[in-house]
Design a protein around this ligand. Structure first.
Ligand SMILES: [Zn+2]
Length: 278
């Protein structure tokens, strides 16, 4: 479905929606690093969810960072969607991982959702415990608690595609159809992984909601994008401090930093460190 984000509204029900369909971008992300299947699957859900959450923001609100941390086999999972819908993700994990509910994969943990510019004061972070068996459930409870918005989220991640559907009640619109929310949530929940990842948005929405008037807005392209750079790595090394950098140089002869998101390796010789006042 060529990596698109669509948003849509129901004409006669106070509900808005978003649809994320990733194939090539997801396959590219998978090609960057080999993960155990359960990690990869949760990572795919995270990437899709970050784009779905970004779609609910007002234009220009910056990026969305979804970060799950726990004391289980998966210690950390991060997915980011930038303001112009560039996606990246990474995970840290230990030991052999068997697929299971979130509580088994991440253990006791939390999910932090950060929204806003990369730096500056307009950043906002909400945190929810991982008390639901799925990421979709965690995000639904985040939306209900932090945003007071009733939301239904469906997420799928396979090898070839990752996709998701978000339905959200719009509080400011007066409800004409009292049962509308329950009806579309019920219909939306029936979507299969195959439908969500292979059907074009107009056909998918017609199939899911045949009786409803749905207005679909043009698709926004999604792609892999990493914001790492040599300048950022230098900034990070400066934060680390001269003593630490000198110790690394003494032990290894150079400083090597590999981006966890894209795998890009940044190498600094002792001369380069000196030039950069590291
Ligand atoms: Zn990178």
């Amino acid at each position: 479905m060529s990596d698109l984000l669509h948003v849509f509204v129901f004409e006669h029900i106070a509900v808005r929606g978003a649809l994320v369909q990733l194939d090539a971008a997801w396959q590219f992300i998978r090609s960057l690093r080999t993960y155990p299947e359960a990690v990869q699957s949760l990572l795919g859900e995270c990437v899709v969810a970050s784009a779905l959450l970004a779609s609910t923001l007002k234009r220009g609100s910056g990026n969305v960072i979804l970060q799950m941390q726990g004391d289980g086999p998966i210690g950390l999972l991060v997915a980011e969607c930038s303001g112009d819908f560039g996606l990246r993700c990474t995970a840290r994990y230990s030991e052999v991982i068997v697929d299971g509910p979130l509580a088994e994969l991440l253990g006791n943990g939390r999910c932090a959702i950060t929204v806003g510019a990369m730096s500056g004061s307009r950043r906002y972070q909400g945190v929810v415990p991982l008390e639901q068996p799925t990421l979709a459930g965690v995000l639904e409870s985040y939306m209900a608690r932090s945003e007071q918005l009733e939301t239904r989220i469906v997420l799928f991640a396979r090898n070839d595609a990752a996709s998701g559907l978000l339905l959200q009640r719009v509080p400011e619109r007066s409800e004409i159809d009292a049962d509308g929310w329950n009806r579309v949530v019920h219909l939306g929940s029936t979507v299969s992984a195959d439908e969500l990842s292979t059907l074009a948005a107009p056909m998918l929405l017609r199939r899911l909601f045949p009786e409803e008037d749905v207005r679909l807005f043009g698709g926004r392209p999604l792609r892999f994008e990493c914001s790492c750079s040599s300048e950022r790595v230098v900034g990070m090394l400066k934060t680390l401090g001269r003593e630490e950098v000198e110790q690394i140089l003494a032990e290894q002869g150079r400083v090597e930093v590999t981006c966890e998101f894209c795998g890009q390796c940044y190498t600094f010789s002792p001369e380069r460190c000196h030039q950069l006042h590291l």
